[in-house]
Design a protein around this ligand. Structure first.
Ligand SMILES: Nc1nc2c(c(=O)[nH]1)N[C@H]1C(S)=C(S)[C@@H](COP(=O)(O)O)O[C@H]1N2
Ligand SMILES: [Mo]
Length: 180
């Protein structure tokens, strides 16, 4: 009962805070379009991948991913995505770890061409259900991604609010050890 009242209050609060989302790059999205993805940092093999290269990895599809901003604002949804798991990319690059505990001190930074960047921990990607849902994608409804996010983007589809880790114009993935 208490729980459902809390849910109701939360729903009302989120509804009230919903607002039109500002698109800071409207009008000049084309200049941010990326056609290659670099995988760098603490990896054995640095990768430079085109969409054609990404197609060589096991394909993954996602039907619907709600776009909810970190504020709770609902922005619609992403639909019919095709891509590859970020985890599979990292397995190709092979994260460098000299001892059993190294990977637990590592993060994975996804950066876009407009400077937007988000972080995952190695544990999130390789040892939690979140990792299953992190897709580097290059196709929507069977077509290449349009300029508003293309040609390579990423989404963490199992996030409670997937807006923040939806990375448009994905440019690089860097593996970094942040604890000695
Ligand atoms: N490259 C890039 N990706 C980005 C952003 C951005 O500013 N640059 N904004 C993020 C935020 S805060 C949200 S909520 C989602 C949804 O934004 P959209 O409605 O513009 O797709 O995109 C995310 N991806
Ligand atoms: Mo957002």
């Amino acid at each position: 009962m208490i729980c459902s009242i809390r849910k109701l209050v939360l729903a009302v609060a989120l509804g009230l805070s919903a607002h039109a989302y500002a698109h800071p790059t409207d009008g000049d999205a084309a200049k941010y379009v990326t056609t290659q993805l670099a995988v760098t940092g603490a990896v054995e093999h640095v990768l430079k991948l085109s969409v054609a290269d990404l197609r060589q990895l096991p394909p993954q599809k996602l039907g619907e991913v709600p776009m909810v901003c970190q504020t709770g604002a609902k922005l619609g949804q992403l639909e019919n995505l095709k891509g590859v798991r970020l985890r599979d990319l990292l397995e190709q690059a092979n994260v460098v770890s000299r001892n059993h505990n190294d990977v637990k001190k590592m993060v994975v930074i996804a950066t876009a061409s407009d400077g937007y960047a988000v972080v995952f921990s190695w544990s999130e990607l390789f040892n939690s259900p979140v990792g299953d849902g992190v897709l580097v994608y290059f196709e929507k409804d069977g077509a290449p991604l349009a300029d508003d996010e293309g040609r390579i983007a990423m989404v963490s589809s199992k996030d409670l609010r997937p807006g923040p880790r939806h990375v448009k114009w994905l440019q690089s993935i860097e593996v970094r050890r942040i604890v000695e």
